[in-house]
Design a protein around this ligand. Sequence first.
Ligand SMILES: NC(=O)c1ccc[n+]([C@@H]2O[C@H](COP(=O)([O-])OP(=O)(O)OC[C@H]3O[C@@H](n4cnc5c(N)ncnc54)[C@H](O)[C@@H]3O)[C@@H](O)[C@H]2O)c1
Length: 432
Amino acid sequence: MKALVVGTGGVGQSIAAIAKRRDPNGEWLEKMIMADYDLAKAQAAVDRLDDPRFVAEKVDASDPDDVAALAKLAEVDILMNLCAPNFNPSLLQAALKAQVHYLDTAMTLSEPHPTDPMHKCGVKLGDAEYALSPEFEKIGKYALAGFGVEPGMADFFARYAADHLFDEIDEIGIRDGSNLEIPGAKGISFGFSVWTTIEECNNPAIVYENGEVHTIEPFAELENFWLPEGIGEVEVGHVEHEEVIQIAHNADRLKGVKKATFKYALGDEFMQAMEIFRSINIDKAEKIKVGDVMVAPRDVIAAAAPDPNEIGKLYVGQTAAGTYVTGKKNGMERKVYLYQVADNKECVERYGTQVVVAQTAFTPVITIELLAKGSLGSKPGDPKSGVHNPEAFNADDYVALMPAYEFPGGFLEMESEYKLANDRQALLDLAR
Ligand SMILES: NC(=O)c1ccc[n+]([C@@H]2O[C@H](COP(=O)([O-])OP(=O)(O)OC[C@H]3O[C@@H](n4cnc5c(N)ncnc54)[C@H](O)[C@@H]3O)[C@@H](O)[C@H]2O)c1
């Protein structure tokens, strides 16, 4: 497997470090090109790895011809997009031009409904990406859309729950929170791509129900959710995120799921900061004239804010990502949470990158390992080409590899009729 990673920020660097640690002898990873428009950054990442399989290149992600030329020259099998999602259209075109597989961790961007943005969707996340499926089918390649942790792992978990844990599914809800803090620090910090965080926290949030996706105020319907492995209770609210779209898109593979939500614990201070950004328009990605120059206010924040990859190394604590599923099993109502908890200190020691970006990066690496070994797409019903989310694939091989990647998954059976019946039975079984 030869891979071209475009964007060597926090997630791109973590992908390289995880791939090296997982496959030190090159059993399936032959080469990984680390490409960025900031060549010095790509080169520094490669130098830290000290392994001839990793090489740095300069590339402009906004130019499909430039990226395709690099992909062809290096004869790569897959283009991995780890830039902000505003580059998805040009990188999807680059993969089509070079006739290689494509993978990303965030789908093409939404556009608000022109007249009723807080109730109705305009262009949805991923609309432009799904539309390219026939073109990827034509060249016999995959565009693997939303293969990070959320989206990504959370969507593999949705499929796993549907295949193994439920007869019927009512809701699949992604729930994310942490106890991460920087001791002594004041104010807010960004955990990953500043540009993308501002985008997802300021757009109208989305919910799938009654067969369609609608919008709702960002952070609406705050509720408490208990996270395992020492994190405890957090307050979560709706945010715009791909999983809602991906679950809706794959509902027929998910036991007819009726509702999909994404709720994130951001903390009061962070939510207030986003509301302030929104109220004075400095969250906007469109350029405005400042003196003699045209500049996007969001680009200014992204350039000025402390780099999430550096400041994040100071975090203390853990973060949880996961999938909460409700439905029926054997005629009884059941609730489960499938999750992954990662620790910042462990990630910094193992990969040299902070926990939020490292936790995002293990899924793309498992995915290319499965692709290299011919396992991705090999199970009955798996798609053979086209634009697909993790839900489209049998998740068993993926889940089985998580512990070997040192990101083991967890399973929480929550209070329900099903749990009560099983707990009572377990007591009786002990007496036998
Ligand atoms: N699915 C998930 O769980 C998840 C979680 C976190 C981040 N993400 C996504 O991962 C992606 C990367 O996030 P990150 O935190 O590593 O971001 P980052 O800002 O650290 O890295 C982005 C990189 O892109 C490079 N870049 C910018 N413009 C470029 C251009 N024109 N050509 C080439 N390179 C260019 C930057 O130099 C930078 O190195 C984002 O799309 C983000 O949404 C997904």
